[in-house]
Design a protein around this ligand. Sequence first.
Ligand SMILES: C[S@@+](CC[C@H](N)C(=O)[O-])C[C@H]1O[C@@H](n2cnc3c(N)ncnc32)[C@H](O)[C@@H]1O
Length: 258
Amino acid sequence: MPDDAQYNLVTYGAAFADVYDEWYGASDDLDDVIALLTANGPRRVLELGVGTGRIAVPLAAHLRATDAHSTVVGVDESPEMLARLAENDPGRLVRVVRGDMVDDQPSDVFDLVFISYNTLFNVVERSRQRACLANVAARLSSGGVFVIDACVIDVSVIDPASSNAARGESAERRGAWLVRTTTTFDAASGTVNGNITSHHDDGRVAVRPFTITYSSPDEIDAMCAEAGLSLVERHGSWQKTAFDDDSARHVSVYRNLR
Ligand SMILES: C[S@@+](CC[C@H](N)C(=O)[O-])C[C@H]1O[C@@H](n2cnc3c(N)ncnc32)[C@H](O)[C@@H]1O
């Protein structure tokens, strides 16, 4: 397993771009994702951490079908992920900005900004997550909407008296890969250090480290409120299932009230 110094040298995109679509491409029913994202009729859309364009490309196609002037912009720091996006978007429907999702958000005005699949947690300092959301609010039109899709970690299983950390292990098959994941979660800081060891059926072995900083729904609400974004809907999935204490994920919708 790599040590902490190595974790910091590998970006998420560099570690996952080669398998991202194979492993995660079918994670969500994109009709449901697009239905929720377009509920308020956005014309100018920004996705933070656009990755391979899993959502942005079909979303842009959906919007263009009825509005030739609609725009979808995607920010991502990873040349590896953006190279995949270019392959997935031969019609160049998505305008790409290579840069950091905190500092390099385009200065345009957007009706919808969204960040999916735990991507806010790739920003590993909480102060930077707060700055990211403040920058989102600054780019939203009055009444514009911010949507976040993120996991919920059940911190109640951790006994702070004995240890503030939890370890997890899982194994699953993803396409031609057997994927083993180990994680440690530090409840005090929100830091999740993970390592994925994957064995391909053809004999290849790859190690993919990641570090994220988890923020709970309440913490995200507080950061959004500070930025002037008010929670208007919270669901347990893109299918709008009820959000409750057992939800492993939340899809939350905020409105810019300024
Ligand atoms: C989990 S993937 C999500 C991709 C896409 N949003 C989706 O739902 O499939 C996270 C993406 O965020 C990008 N990313 C991570 N940290 C970033 C940062 N600070 N600025 C811009 N992009 C970042 C990674 O390169 C990667 O493409």
